[in-house]
Design a protein around this ligand. Structure first.
Ligand code: PEP
Length: 253
């Protein structure tokens, strides 16, 4: 296990009505209450953020949004600003999830704007990257990761990286039940850390937490977290049940 503090976050995506989300948060709290050596966060859908934030107050579980727009307020129908996320108790937001890249069509340049605006607004960022199956099979995985890292983090300083976590999420492993092997994940994480070193220097690279995401479950979490460069998880499906998410957290503790 790496020296960096492990960070496990749950991405609840577009799931759970408010009452269901609060129940999930309430159920989760006691299951991870004794964990002090892992940072824990959940990212509910917007409508549930305020209520979940209240339910988690005083607990060791942080709150995150799933996205954030590039303006503080104004005529941007349907969008949410970092300031609004902070207002309901979020300390994190996800930016660049593959569903936003590939379903909503968000570009590297736009995601870079989002990362910069989020950091300027004082919210921490989980920045997601990851290759498609055809990119992996076609041998361009590293080119894709490099493009996403270079363009997505353009204009940031090494100091900014203190407030950024990178989530490596191979798109072919998200929601498919197919997990990257520990070797595949470690190889990608080593590559990403090397890119960070080239751009931001050795200290920033050594300190950066790189989460893995893609069908993480209680039964594969331990072997993944055992690898040197895997510093936590961004969990989708298994985060929707308190016991499976807690089991993943506890596998890292
Ligand atoms: C995700 O969407 O970030 C994710 C990793 O999903 P899942 O765990 O369901 O593959």
């Amino acid at each position: 296990m790496a020296a960096r503090k492990v960070f496990v976050a749950g991405n609840w995506k577009m799931n759970k009505l408010v009452a269901e989300a609060v129940t999930l948060a309430e159920d989760l709290k006691p299951l991870v209450a004794n964990v002090t050596n892992v940072d824990i966060a959940v990212c509910p859908t917007y409508t549930a953020l305020y209520a979940v934030g209240k339910a988690l107050a005083g607990s060791n579980i942080q709150l995150g949004g799933q996205d954030a727009y590039v303006k503080e307020s104004g005529a941007y129908t349907g969008e949410i600003s970092p300031r609004m996320l902070l207002d309901v108790g979020c300390s994190w937001t996800i930016i660049g999830h593959s569903e936003r890249r590939h379903i909503l069509g968000e570009s590297d340049a736009f995601l870079n704007e989002k990362v910069r605006f989020a950091l300027a607004s004082d919210i921490n960022v989980m920045f997601c990257i990851g290759e498609l199956l055809e990119e992996r099979k076609g041998g361009t995985m590293k080119d894709v990761l490099e493009r996403q890292v270079v363009k997505g983090l353009e204009g940031l300083t090494a100091a900014d990286l203190d407030r950024v976590v990178v989530a490596y999420e191979p798109v072919w492993a998200i929601g498919t039940g197919e997990t990257a092997t520990p070797d595949q994940a470690e190889e990608a994480h080593v590559f990403v850390r090397g890119l960070i070193e080239k751009i931001f220097g050795a200290d920033a690279a050594a300190a950066l937490r790189i989460q893995y995401g893609g069908s993480v479950k209680p039964d594969n979490a331990a072997e993944l977290i055992a690898r040197e460069n895997i510093d936590g998880f961004l969990v989708g499906g298994a985060a929707l049940k308190a016991d499976s998410f807690a089991d993943i957290v506890n596998a890292c503790a």
